[in-house]
Structures are given as C-alpha cells and as structure tokens.
Design a protein around this ligand. Sequence first.
Ligand code: SAH
Length: 441
Amino acid sequence: MASTVDTKRYWIWTVGCQMNKVDSDRVAETMRARGYIPAEREEDADIVVLNSCAVRESAERRVSGKLGNLQQLKQDRPETLLVLTGCSVSPDFEATRKRFKGADIYFQPTRLDQFTEALDKVWPLPSDPGIMACWQEQSGDTEEQGPCAYVPISNGCDKLCTYCIVPYRRGREKSRPVFDIVEECGSLVKRGVKEITLVGQRVNAYGRDFKDGTDLADLLTLVHDIPDLVRLRFLTSYPKDMSDKLIETVAGLDKVCEHIHLPVQSGSNAVLENMRRGYSREDYLALAQRIRRAAPNLALSTDIIVGFPGETEEQYAETLSLLEEVRFSTVYVAAYSPRPGTLAHRWEDDVPKEVKKERLQRLDALQQRISMEQHQMLKHQVTEVLIDSAQSERKDLPQWRGRTRQNRLVFVPRGDQDLLGQTVTVRIEKVSPFAMQGAVA
Ligand code: SAH
C-alpha cells in the first residue's frame, strides 16, 4: 500500500470536433476523481493524454506528429505515461498500436472503462479509503467553468455516409437518458453557465433508440425551462432528420438561438448519391426554406467536401451555386481524403490534389464574399452578444469576444467592466468576412 501521497499531474491535448472537447472534459474528470491535478505545462505532466481526430488524413498526421514529439519527453522522463484516445483509436488495438507507435495506453473515446482499467494496473488506487479521501481533497474541483458549455446528448452514428469514419470509431448511436442531461445542464447553470450547446454526431436523431417517441424537441423544451439559462444551441443536425416539430420548437422557444449547423456536403445530386447522404439538392433547398419560413432570422451554417471521387467541374459548380442560393453564415470546407474502412476508400481518389486545393480556395473566396455581404448588412445595427472570453482579435488591443444568437463572432473593446458571461447589446461598427467589431450600446 502506498504510504506517501504522490500527486500525479495530467495534461490533455485535444484536436477535432466539439465531441472531442466534451470527451476531454470527461477524461479530465476521471483523472481528477483519481486525485490527479492539472499540470501547468506539458513538460511537467506525469500523464499526457492525446485526444485525436481521424476524420481527415491531415488531422491524423497531426496526431502522429504530436506522438512523435512526445517521445523526447518520454526519453527524459521514462515514467511519464503517454495515452492515446479519440477517433484514431479503432477497436482493433493492435492495428492502432502499429499505426500510432509510442503510447503506453490506448482507449476508445466511448470507453472510459478501458482507460481506468489500464490506469489501475499502472497506478493502482490506494486501498485505504482514508488516503483516497485525502487525495480528493487535494485535487478538489478547481477547473474553471466558462459561460458556455457543451453537453453530450448522444454518441455514435447509425448513418453510413461513404466518406465518413465516425461510425467505425464511435459505434452505433446511443442517446443519453433525458434525466441525466437535464440534471447536468441544471448543475452547469448553477455553476454560472449561461449558454448550453447540446452535442451529438446526429443530434436531431436524439432519442430514436429509446423507441418511446422522445425526441430532441422534447429535450430542448425541458432544458429550456432551467431558470437562469440564457441561451440554448444544438450540434450537428443531419438534414433528413429535421422534423417539422423540431423546426417549430426551435422557432418557438426564446432561449434556443437562431442558428442551425446543417452539413450539406455537396450541391450535386450525383455526388450526394455517391456519398449516400439520402437527400437531394432539391430536398435540402426545400428544407432550408421550411426552416427560414418558420424562423426568418435564422442563420444556417454547413460543411462541404470538395474533390469527392468522381466530382466533375460541373458538379463542383453546383455546390458553388447552392452556396449562392442558401447563403450560409459559415461554411467549413474540406478537401476529400480517403479514410480506411469506409466504402469510398475502395474507390479511386481521382480528383488531383491541386484541383482539390483550387476548388477549396474558390469556394472559400465565394463564401467570404457572402459572409462579408451579410456582415455589411449588420453594420450600424444593434445586436445581442453573449461575451464568452477575454480574447482579442488583435494583439495590440484588449477585447472581449462573444457571439450573436446567430453564432456570428463579435469583438468589443475591453474596458474596466467585467463583461464575461454577460449578454450585452452591441452596435456593429466594423466588419470582416470572419468577424464583426462594435461597441456596447
Ligand atoms: N455528422 C456530420 C459529419 C461529422 S464529420 C455530418 O452529418 O456530415 C465533420 C465533417 O468532416 C463532415 O461534415 C465532412 O464535411 C468532413 N469530413 C468527414 N469525412 C471526410 C473525409 N473523408 N474527407 C474530407 N472531409 C471529411
């Protein structure tokens, strides 16, 4: 039995989507529960957890690079534990170990039990409950909670889009019980959280696995009732699962913000079919119209893949024209990269790299123009902004950073007043395609 309490320090490195951020919070929580405390710097940590992303090849390259860099730390202090989790870890641990050499522990993002089991072997918890209590006291719950929080409501994905690795790494869709979610949201709000974003890979299919009719609209209504909650959002919606009930709920509930992230991926029916998205360009346009009719002020953002196998110049042009037609607020664009295990991986990746790059740039330029036009319209207007951090756009100017209900980024000058977590009215003065600047009105 350990006679002295030696406190382990952890460091977590995260890449990828909101789901990964949420998972990293869970990993941190698990380690704090064991008495570990956050390290001030990566070099000081006894355990470094890399939370990886596998959605694109470039993301995986970053993960390999990071793991490579950490070997130096491991050489200097061999007792340091390196842990790899996230979507790069497949259920086949041997394959993962070969592909990502140099970690001591591997665990799947949905399987914290694998993590604690491995930790138990290396650093067993003391069997004396007295010592454990002392550990917990030392660690406490010191992690700062900002005004905005992500709450996972489902994990995994049951769709099999031909390009996507997510179902192979996160498994089948599983919804969290309503009670757990509402309780977590309530306790976050008690700790000062103003804005909650409910997250899931296919968030608007929430509850389908309960088979009792419970859906995202019901959940939104319940979370909406939490007093002192100011704003409510949800990510990421799958177009085919956007029910009229959900649209009406979004339009009807005050706290639910006027923004939906709705990945379209392509504007060409042939490409959409090859992606197995299950909707056509016309379906998507009709849906966008339905949403805007119910909530005229709502901003739609989206994801696009360019250079999917077989994508012709004409098909790509249809994506550009879709952007013109829908006028998204933000577009996240990626060049297609084949992911092992997916159906499209078996097809020839036949759009040359330079062509993909050029398509990506042209699309980016178009969207910048559209975003700029939208921001210009907001100039001299007042808009509600929730201040989420003391983060400047420019180094030489202290600013607060916040978002409008439409999720547009706004910066305001930082004066003496503490505006963190406050909802303020801002008059927009200057705009760029990516953000707006203004003064508190
Ligand atoms: N559930 C989301 C997808 C999550 S992955 C959906 O319904 O689309 C996040 C984004 O990464 C996707 O929207 C897609 O634009 C991009 N992406 C996924 N797989 C990709 C691949 N193989 N190559 C390039 N981009 C990819």
